[in-house]
Design a protein around this ligand. Sequence first.
Ligand code: PMP
Length: 370
Amino acid sequence: MSTAGRKINFAAGPAKLPEEVLLKMQEEQLNFNGLGVSVIEMSHRSKEFGVLLNETISLVRELMNVPDNFEILFMQGGGTGQFAAIPLNLKGNHEHADYIVTGAWSSKAAEEAQKYIKVKKVFQPKKPYVTVPNQEGWVHDEKAAYLYYCANETVHGIEFTPTAPESHNVPLVADVSSNFMARPFDFKDHGVVFGGAQKNLGAAGLTIVIVRKDLIGKQQEITPAVFSYQEMIANNSLYNTPPTGGIYTTNLVLKWIKAKGGLNAIYELNLKKSGLIYGIIDNSDGFYHCAVDKKYRSIMNVCFRIGGPSGNEKLEEEFLKGAVERNMISLKGHRSVGGIRASLYNAISLEETEVLATWMREFEKLHKTN
Ligand code: PMP
């Protein structure tokens, strides 16, 4: 078993998994724990799968320090499924929900939610998305069912830091799809925290939803059973067949995070990685340009243009081509933004980030005109 031939994968998600995890999966593929079958061949109702499931839930609780008054659910449907599940489960007697729109994903969430609840935006979103506007000007309504925000906008590279928005006495709902366990998380004022596993925590197919207990049981009548938090909790996430392979993958990733020293250690490393790339951008006299307000720059998705604020597409193409020649893939920015996006999720090592940094310095030397 070897990791030879692997690329340095800066994909935005699904994304790189730690080699240790992939090797362990390979080792256990034919015979998990001496049971003579693979995890993905086992009944989700078997005793052995139950042990794996409960261990995985416990690891989420332990690593993220999830308070006792929250339940941890393993669902399907991705982050996008939750865009609907949230208003379906939390509407209760409320008329509307408040939304903070800071990029493509919170915008999509607000659009989907409108089918199930009246949506009010706390400020008029302004494109291009480059910041989190000053909170003092936001219009809140204390009658809102919840206040929704996206903790990290994957497409635009905007992250709520260092804290969540002011809750204004309504439960906060956080989409942490692209910064799940990238840093310690404070559950204060939160009602629901959710994200897909396919960036920091494993494979596509598993959606982790952490819900405050007092919010459970308020679902609308039309809520599909698989999207009902109450139904899922009553069945320990086994209402129907869960993504067993996804849960297994996440189990291994969580053990890897724990072995690395937990979220504090992971955060420290993520700061180093992103700091290295932002440092090169900031010291390039504008050759590299990151449009995002420095206060809200993502430590996960570093988005930048080459050759000026609007980017020089020819230079960017050349940069990407050279990156591939140096074994680095998936650095192209989202089609709606263009330019370059380096996704530095937990599994990306400092050494891999340094390969990118070296190429950025070299490329700058080759092409900077003054
Ligand atoms: N929220 C964020 C922040 C995302 O980055 C994504 C996916 N890239 C989603 C939601 C949607 O997730 P999914 O594709 O799992 O539905």
